[in-house]
Design a protein around this ligand. Sequence first.
Ligand SMILES: [Mg+2]
Length: 165
Amino acid sequence: MKNLYIDFDGVILDTITPVYNLAKKLNLDVKTQTKEIGLLYSKIDWETLIEESEELSDSIKSIKELRESKKFNISILTHINSLKEAKAKIEFINNLFEDLTIIPVPKSVSKTKMTQTKDAILVDDYSGNLREWEKEGGIGVKFSKNEIDEHFKTINKLNQIMELF
Ligand SMILES: [Mg+2]
């Protein structure tokens, strides 16, 4: 079985749109005011945010299919800005799946530092994470709804992993 790590934000749930909408309301620029955005992330009520976030491309059903295929040892690998965020994500995952590993990673730490990377697959919507992952011997797969990434294999639905590996 191949180790498969799946990102949360922008892959399972679209938590990004509600945060950006909130930033807009507060007149924050997500590109330049990174410190303020970080602070916003740490203060957000994550339970509400998760409730308000849309599921991406039937991700939950896809993860169930991937588990049933028994081809992968699956974990959720997600950056977090606060312990409240970690707790809300852990609860969300635990309510949907039985016995699925979730690894919260402090935002300032590379995902590669929390797990074994060699020959493991990471599905992520952020190319920076994928570049770090491949540098450590892992296989990066880009999740993107509308664009094909020239550097990474790209999928727009999680169950497409089964066709790639
Ligand atoms: Mg992400």
